[in-house]
Ligand binder design. Structure first.
Ligand code: DHB
Ligand code: MG
Length: 226
């Protein structure tokens, strides 16, 4: 193990630092605040990415010059709005949501954000919707039920082109990812996903841990070489 540059921090500070960064650099505007409020009022789980993470996704979209983004797992559409705003006028986010009630909330949020023309919201189980999609997508964000992550990766590879970036959310899970014998299907889904990424010769991959208002988690990042 390498020597840490900084000692362990107080986890409560992770949130304060997140607030500092997001207020300074990438604050939620009125539409995004309203989106999160509607999600909460509607009983959606608070699994949206943070403002700083949403801005990270938006910057990835810009870095790859994305015109077509695929999102697996819409929830209330917070990240969908962040991604849609990062696209050129003729860009599109195809986003898949299995829960019809969540999709109704997302539809309202997307309309309020004025991005409904740039978002193609598909309601259904991702494994039913994905076979009907035609690629390529420039950026693929996998953020749905974790036990299916390996299946989503298989579809992502089919729907990618050389240069596509694949991002997988929630691969650290408070450190549980290293528990090989975990009885948690989410942990096992994420582990199988990462192992599939590791053995896929078309991918150059890493995973980055994050701390902040979402606690301790992280993203898998994979670049499609060919
Ligand atoms: C869960 C799912 C997510 O996508 C997330 O960002 C956080 C938690 C979950 O299902 O527990
Ligand atoms: Mg997530």
């Amino acid at each position: 193990m390498r020597k840490p540059d900084y000692p362990d921090a107080d986890p409560r500070r992770w949130s304060l630092v997140d607030t500092y960064f997001s207020d300074l650099l990438c604050a939620d505007d009125a539409v995004l605040i309203e989106c999160l409020e509607r999600n909460s009022r509607s009983g959606l789980p608070a699994h949206d990415v943070s403002a700083t993470q949403g801005q990270m996704l938006a910057i990835y979209a810009k870095m790859v010059g994305a015109k077509r983004v695929l999102e697996i797992g819409t929830l209330g559409g917070y990240s969908t709005i962040r991604l849609a705003r990062a696209l050129p006028d003729d860009g599109v986010v195809v986003t898949i949501e299995a829960n019809a009630n969540y999709a109704d909330v997302a539809r309202m949020n997307l309309k309020r954000a004025g991005v409904e023309g740039q978002v193609d919201l598909r309601v259904g189980k991702a494994l039913d919707v994905l076979p009907g999609l035609i690629g390529p997508f420039d950026l693929i964000f996998i953020d749905a039920d974790k036990p299916n992550n390996p299946n989503y990766l298989t579809h992502a590879l089919r729907l990618a082109r050389p240069g596509t970036v694949i991002v997988g959310d929630n691969v650290v899970r408070g450190g549980q990812v290293i528990d090989a014998v975990s009885g948690d299907a989410n942990v096992q889904g994420v582990r199988s996903f990462l192992e599939l990424i590791a053995e896929e010769p078309r991918l150059t991959s890493t995973s980055v841990q994050t701390v902040g208002e979402k606690g301790w988690d992280g993203f898998a990042l994979a670049f499609v070489e060919r």
